[in-house]
Design a protein. Structure first.
Length: 573
């Protein structure tokens, strides 16, 4: 193989040695011009000018986000509560502030604490939008290795990670979902309070949920002493749990550390949501299978089965609404029993197995293929079950429709690869519940809820992947509902009674907290499905949940109005 000759140009060395000996002739007019140009690029005309805007590639923050970053830097000296309503881009604002401090040389190391489900999303956005070399914390040794870490707050507060965090002095600390720090007696609050930091950003859409003491705790965590001692704060500013006194003075003090942008400000445009219910008529064989499973569940409930096993049976009923494939393995896994040392199926279960074998059509899958063909554009299909996901993918492929999977079991690089394939090549992404977390799909504006979760927050999280800031098209949501099944009842509750698909996620979170918790709602639904003797009784009891939801919505609205009065000075609408 012929080698390529490499020659070193050393002519510069002679001139360099002459300059060294005489200490003259170092510069020229050309070099002076280059030096002047370099100085100009580093020059900051005034402190208010954001240098980070010139360093962003293919990304343009919105005016309210730029103004928020400017205020944090110039007015709040790097310590602020970012309290924008959900969906207005608090993550973007925090990234912009961090980027600005990095460029100015005021920040070299940063810690970003977020819920575990958002670690990858934060890491991805900081790298892609801001070219900030953030790393997702996974191993203990990483605390001392990297300058900019994104970590789960639940991991960081536990040993041995806790000691690593507390020994460092961070230039900036960013905490997402900071309303979870509202109680100063919790481990989260005490842990964050102990972290050494120069600058701090607390991100929350709900700085006050139940009482004014929560606001005091957040402000004190951010800037100790800003609102005085707790007793003095209560005496001077608190008339009741959610009622303030001396409101003008309180508002003035809060505005010094908090920025809150709202949709009603009018400078932020969101596209519309269009919701369509797609009824699915089961084939005779599918109907027999569903009725057989329903009857079996009621028999087990009447026998006084354990709640855990009954929950598994309800899952089986929901899987039958999804696909035969989803129900197949569950039927054997959950219901087989040992008799005389050998695994056999009891007669009533064996009957279900026969019904399952006789089910040769998949009405829901057929409707999904038909709908995708009519849509043409990018579409994401959400399903609850892995077996259904595989079934849909096989049928899409068989019909010449390019589709990619997305699920929680994928490694991070594979998730990124699937995202790129969906963006650039595939028409459809079929996602399990992991697709409802941590990804942004503004380039897609069609959602098919093939299966609907019982938890309203999970439904909204799915929609929020597509219908978010940056979406340029109206978003169409197709909700599949198998007629005369448990699925149809749940859709009726979510769509008709609580108007889920027009409720903002931040409002939804507040409403559910008023009702008790998301888990309480799911338990109530489970009990209704097990105890009701007829569809009419199911609807009647679901209607009462809808009324409770409306009452919680009204109560949440009152609290929101009260918060707006003393935070924004806005009068209730």
């Amino acid at each position: 193989m012929e080698t390529v000759p490499i020659r070193m140009d050393r002519r510069w060395l002679n001139d360099f040695q002459k300059h060294m000996e005489s200490d003259r002739g170092w510069t020229s007019w050309e070099r002076f011009e280059l030096a002047l140009e370099a100085a100009k690029t580093q020059m900051i005309p005034d402190f208010d000018t954001l240098q980070s805007l010139e360093h962003l590639q293919d990304f343009h923050p919105l005016p309210h986000q730029v103004e928020t970053a400017r205020r944090v830097l110039t007015e709040m000296r790097g310590r602020a509560i970012l309290a924008d309503e959900v969906g207005l881009g608090k993550t973007i604002e925090a990234g912009l502030i961090l980027k600005e401090y990095l460029i100015r040389g005021l920040v070299k190391n940063a810690l970003i604490l977020v819920p575990s489900s958002l670690v990858l999303q934060w890491t991805r956005e900081l790298n892609q939008k801001f070219q900030i070399p953030a790393v997702a914390q996974k191993k203990e040794w990483m605390w001392d290795k990297y300058n900019i870490l994104v970590a789960s707050i639940d991991t960081a507060k536990r040993d041995p990670h806790r000691s690593h965090v507390l020994k460092h002095h961070y230039d900036i600390l960013i905490v997402d979902e900071a309303h979870k720090l509202k109680n100063r007696r919790t481990k989260n609050y005490q842990f964050v309070n102990q972290i050494q930091k120069k600058y701090a950003l607390l991100l929350t859409a709900t700085p006050v949920q139940n009482e004014l003491a929560e606001l005091y705790n957040l402000v004190t965590l951010l800037k100790p002493g800003h609102l005085g001692q707790q007793q003095a704060f209560s005496t001077h500013f608190v008339a009741g749990k959610r009622k303030a006194k001396n409101e003008d003075q309180l508002r003035k003090e809060v505005h010094r550390v908090m920025i809150r942008n709202k949709r009603s400000d009018g400078h932020i445009h969101f596209t519309r949501r269009k919701v369509e219910t797609v009824p699915i008529i089961l084939s005779p064989a599918e109907r027999r299978l569903y009725e057989g499973v329903t009857q079996f569940i009621k028999e087990q409930y009447q026998k006084g089965g354990h709640m855990k096993s009954l929950l598994s049976l309800i899952t089986l009923q929901r899987e039958v609404c999804s696909s035969r494939d989803a129900a197949f393995l569950t039927l054997f896994k959950l219901l087989k029993k040992e008799v005389d040392g050998q695994e056999t199926l009891p007669p009533n279960v064996y009957h279900l197995v026969n019904l399952l074998r006789e089910t040769d059509r998949q009405s829901k899958v057929e409707k999904a293929i038909e709908l995708v063909r009519s849509i043409k554009g990018k579409t994401i299909i959400f399903t609850e079950y892995r077996a259904t996901q595989d079934l849909i993918l096989r049928n899409l492929q068989a019909n010449g429709i390019l589709a990619v999977p997305y699920r929680g079991g994928f490694a991070r690089n594979k998730k990124d690869w699937m995202m790129q394939l969906f963006r650039n090549r595939a028409q459809v992404m079929v996602a399990t519940e992991a697709g409802g977390e941590g990804i942004n799909l503004q380039f897609c504006h069609h959602i098919i809820n093939y299966d609907l979760p019982w938890n309203p927050m999970r439904v909204e999280q799915r929609i929020g992947r597509v219908h978010r800031l940056g979406q340029k098209e109206d978003v169409t949501i197709y909700n599949f509902a198998t007629q005369q099944t448990i699925e149809e009842h749940i859709l009726w509750l979510l769509h008709e009674k609580i108007n889920l698909f027009q409720t903002v996620i931040g409002d939804l979170e507040t409403i559910l907290s008023e009702m008790g918790s998301e888990g309480d709602m799911e338990k109530s639904l489970l009990k209704i499905m097990l105890e009701s003797e007829s569809d009419h009784e199911i609807r009647h009891r679901l209607n009462r949940i809808g009324e409770s939801f409306d009452e919680a919505r009204r109560e949440a609205k009152v609290k929101q109005d009260q918060m707006d009065v003393f935070i924004d000075g806005a009068q209730p609408s």
